[in-house]
Design a protein around this ligand. Structure first.
Ligand SMILES: Nc1ncnc2c1ncn2[C@@H]1O[C@H](COP(=O)(O)OP(=O)(O)OP(=O)(O)O)[C@@H](O)[C@H]1O
Length: 936
């Protein structure tokens, strides 16, 4: 049976004499989880074929861990979670206790998902694992070549011809190879040598019997807290490809460990694995006359129980280290520093961060405030990682309908067909029921399954099309009936690397300025860049003249995009190479569009390059998109000759972008970026300009979403100084207020609409840029007439009182009233597509969507940020006390109220809203009719 719970006290270890001799044991006081989805587990095929439904029990019990599992017991601290499989019960003085059996596995912190490659690295040296995590994998030839060989291997398994696979895969990596100075022919030759081993081996397999193969299988273990992608699975057993050589008979130990991880997961999914295979592809390229030893590439080993358990214990060490936030020193394993490639890096990191390390330390430690900053921010990033793991856990903890309601899955799809594509991949089609919504978008990577993303047959797939029909491409032909959001750690990995690069490799002057030890300096040109808007002109002068950085604070509609474009043009005219970046693809493309207008006749179009994925970049910007595939020299020239490169901040953390450098970086939507998120872009440039509005939505952090367990090691209860929700932009505005300028003329809203936001959020300084903007009404729109509206809606701002029902997340009366309002505006001549509805909860968004036609955009505030509409209707969904995201942070209401150009209608329960002073003032403003209002 399964026993799962939280450690409730100190663990006691001792030795006892048994009939088998001396045995170690550890007694762990455990508070059992009451409802660890027992029913769900029972229905599933879990590793031990059954599950214990444990009674709710708040009294701690004891679980005894025997022999080798006492090693894992040593890692335990009160508050940690433990899972024991195949436990037995023992009655003792009327109490039920538990103990491990010979079959048991003990899993520490089972919801922390450890990557298989992490476990493999950990075998070599725990500190190496830490260093890899910190600095990320750089662009280097062995890594890129290894990836290509793996891809060719997958292709061969899927039946693609060798030469075709090599050509295609080398071509796809053109850009990376170009950056590394490699030529396609030379790389193809090397890949061919490696692939020969694979092909020969596959031939043998085919000669003897009908093999059942599967390439690249994504495995996630809900029992052992491990995940990874097996290179291949042959007759149910793992096959791992290594591009190195191995002249011994046996596979390398760490490679065995890796294969054992996959074996463990395959067994959890119902397999019985007794063998693992390692394929050392370099072996076949070696010359028998020069090398002695076993040159056969494929080496098999038998998969013993002892190894599987050892692997789980290693995994436990990683999980415990991560949850406690301790930094490995290298003493934990038997690290051999003198042979390690990373010895220098290791010593530098140890020296700079003043960490204990087996390799030793070099250099002076960073100043104390920088080390403290590093600790706080890296801890916050690790909390983000745990939140991603939490997303994984939801894959099995939530029922399908709950996931669908959460917008995290599309369920009940009707499988249509699977069609083989050229190159051995598959196209999968399914129909989705009408009216379903989710977070999934075209271009997303998803978990496509035949029913369950973890327990069923599942595969990573890309969404090619998403309307009534869903079209996917994948490596394997899954009969798709369900799609789940794929929780990715990529962002977290890149944040950590960006933090590392900034603090450990970053420029000292920049750190002095960012940590407040020095003031930023400017050398502003006297030139006038924009003659009709003094604040914008000053912003461009500061941006161009900044020697360190400049800040442009742009309230809604104040011409941020225009100002950025003008500033970049000025920089380009001065001969600078410029990076244009923003948090979202949408903002990057908007700014790029404005910039192209400015650059017309200044630089050739082909010196402006957009870096991003095909699905991320807007159609009209595709001509500027950098193709990754093709001739290496051509690809790299295209990027390196570019004078302006545009990419999201996430892409700035990619290996390709990290190889670039710029004179200046301009970052839009900077108030929505975490500090390390901002570093990813600005570390690529000598100077930077941040553009944003800290009175609108702050960075979105996953770990803030839900209640996570308190830090285990955080002895002092001091609140963290840096928790990722404050942007670098906001911090710098406070730290160096004179390095920025606020744009104060807005080009969007009628005067009546902007009045409240200006007063509440911008010290009354925001004003309409022109009389025409101030006087905007619906009458300006073709075919629309305010006269046709009821009197109560003729003013640009209106309030509609709807008594709230008692539901917390939805209000159907409000939804019905909003549907009527939409009809009223339509009757007055408005296009439905020019009306937007904002609601605080997803549930209310769905409720309203069911009442209004599809071409009216209905969404949450977060989704509306950055856009505008002619008419905006806001549903407050409030009753009694004000609770919910829209009310927790006044910046949300600022965003909601500043989306419309010509008309704003607030729909809510006046009595509830009045209970808060800000909303009280909002009601007053919305209910007063302007002098020039539409009364006859
Ligand atoms: N100095 C200016 N003179 C004339 N028009 C301007 C000026 N600055 C901006 N505009 C116009 O104002 C509108 C809004 O500008 P822009 O798109 O740059 O705003 P933004 O601040 O980026 O908006 P958002 O708040 O949506 O991000 C655009 O139509 C733009 O052409």
């Amino acid at each position: 049976m399964y026993v799962r719970g939280t450690v409730a006290g100190e663990v006691e270890r001792r030795s006892v004499s048994t009939k088998y001799g001396e045995s170690d044991l550890a007694e762990v006081p455990l508070r059992l989880d009451s409802d660890h989805d027992a029913a769900d587990r029972e229905a599933s095929e879990s590793a031990d074929g059954g599950a214990a439904v444990l009674e709710e029990n708040h009294e701690p019990t004891t679980v005894t861990l025997w022999n080798k599992w006492t090693e894992s017991a040593e890692l335990l601290e009160p508050g940690m979670e433990v899972l024991v499989t195949d436990a037995k019960t023992e009655e003792c003085q009327g109490k039920t206790k538990f103990a491990t059996t010979g079959e048991s596995y003990v899993v520490v912190e089972p919801s922390f998902l450890v990557n298989v490659t992490a476990i493999r690295n950990w075998v070599d040296c725990p500190r190496l694992y830490y260093l890899n995590k910190l600095s990320g994998v750089p662009l280097n030839y062995p890594v890129v070549k290894g990836t290509i060989v793996h891809e060719v291997f997958g292709d061969l398994l899927r039946g693609r011809a060798l030469e075709e696979a090599i050509d295609a895969r080398v071509d796809e990596r053109g850009l990376e190879l170009g950056l590394l100075g490699e030529s396609a022919d030379a790389v193809s030759e090397e890949v061919r040598e490696n692939a020969a081993a694979i092909e020969g081996w596959l031939e043998q397999g085919r000669l003897t019997e009908e093999d059942s193969w599967r390439s690249e299988q994504l495995l996630i273990s809900e029992t052992f807290g491990i995940r990874g992608r097996a290179d291949a699975v042959r007759r149910g057993a793992p096959v791992e490809l290594k591009t190195g050589k191995n002249l011994k008979k046996e596979p390398r130990f760490k490679d065995k460990v890796q294969a054992a991880c996959y074996a463990l997961m395959l067994e959890e999914h119902g397999g019985d694995v007794d063998v693992g295979t390692l394929l050392y592809t370099k072996n076949s390229a070696l010359d028998r006359n020069e090398e002695t030893g076993d040159l056969t590439p494929a080496k098999e080993f038998s998969m013993g129980d002892g190894l599987l358990k050892f692997v789980v214990r290693l995994r436990n060490e990683i999980a415990a280290t991560e949850v406690q936030g301790t930094v490995p020193t290298g003493y934990e394993g038997n690290a051999k520093c003198e042979y390690c490639f990373e010895q220098d890096t290791c010593m530098v990191v140890s020296g700079r961060l003043d960490q204990e390390s087996k390799a030793g330390q070099i250099g002076r430690p960073l100043p104390a405030d920088e080390r403290e900053y590093f600790e706080e921010v890296s801890r916050a990033i690790e909390a983000e990682r745990r939140a991603v793991h939490h997303e994984y856990a939801k894959l099995w903890e939530q029922r399908p309908q709950e996931r669908a309601d959460d917008d995290r899955a599309l369920i009940d799809l009707e499988f249509g067909e699977k069609r083989p594509l050229e190159g051995g991949r598959w196209e999968l089609r399914a129909e989705q029921p009408a009216g379903t919504t989710s977070k999934l978008r075209e271009g997303d990577l998803v978990l496509a399954s035949d029913g369950h993303p973890v327990r069923g047959n599942a595969e990573l797939a890309r969404i090619e099309r998403l309307d009534d029909e869903v079209v996917l491409t994948a490596d394997e032909p899954v009969e798709v009936t369900r799609l789940d959001v794929y929780p990715s750690e990529l962002t977290t990995d890149r944040l950590l690397a960006a933090l590392h690069d900034f603090l450990l490799k970053g420029d000292d002057r920049r750190k002095d300025v960012l940590f407040g030890r020095a003031d930023p300096t400017f050398d502003e040109p006297e030139e006038t860049f924009i003659d009709n808007n003094p604040a914008q002109n000053e912003a461009v002068r500061m941006a161009v003249g900044a020697e360190d950085f400049a800040l442009v604070h742009g309230p809604p509609g104040t011409g941020k995009t225009y100002t950025i474009a003008r500033a970049i043009r000025a920089m380009v005219e001065r001969g600078e190479r410029v990076l244009l970046s923003a948090f979202t693809n949408r903002a990057v493309d908007n700014a790029l569009e404005a910039l192209l207008e400015q650059l017309d006749g200044v630089v050739d179009d082909d010196r402006v390059v957009r870096v991003g994925s095909e699905s991320g970049v807007r159609t009209d910007m595709q001509p500027y998109r950098l193709e990754r595939a093709g001739d290496p020299a051509e690809r790299v020239a295209e990027l390196e000759d570019a004078q302006v490169v545009a990419a999201t901040t996430a892409t700035c953390g990619s290996r390709v972008m990290k190889a670039q450098s710029f004179d200046s970086a301009l970052v839009d939507e900077a108030a929505q970026l975490t500090e390390p998120g901002t570093f990813a872009a600005i570390t690529l440039a000598d100077r930077f300009v941040l553009v944003g509005d800290h009175e609108q939505l702050p960075p979105v952090v996953r770990s803030g979403d839900e209640s996570h367990r308190p830090e285990l090691t955080d002895g002092d209860d001091e609140p963290l100084g840096h928790d990722l929700t404050e942007s670098l932009f906001e911090r710098l505005v406070a730290l160096h207020p004179d390095s920025g300028v606020m744009l104060d003329q807005q080009y969007r809203m009628n005067q009546r609409i902007q009045a409240f936001a200006s007063r509440e959020f911008y010290d009354g300084q925001l004003r309409p840029a022109t009389p025409a903007v101030a006087g905007r009404t619906l009458d300006d729109l073709e075919g629309a007439s305010r006269e046709a509206l009821p009197e109560s809606l003729r003013d640009p701002v209106a309030f509609v009182d709807v008594e709230g029902d008692d539901d917390r997340y939805t209000d159907s009366a409000e939804a019905a009233r909003i549907a009527e309002l939409v009809e009223t505006y339509e009757a007055a001549g408005l296009e439905r597509s020019s009306i937007g509805v904002i609601a605080p909860f997803r549930a209310q968004v769905s409720e309203i969507s069911n009442h209004v036609p599809g071409d009216v955009t209905v969404d949450t505030v977060d989704r509306f940020q950055g856009s505008s509409q002619e008419v905006i209707i806001v549903s407050f969904t409030a009753t009694g006390s004000l609770e919910g995201p829209i009310f927790e942070d006044y910046r949300r209401i600022n965003v909601a109220l500043t989306r419309p150009k010509r008309a704003l209608v607030l729909v809510g329960d006046a009595r509830a809203l009045e209970t808060d002073p800000v909303y009280g003032r909002m009601l007053e403003w919305a209910s007063q009719v302007s002098v020039r209002g539409g009364r006859d």
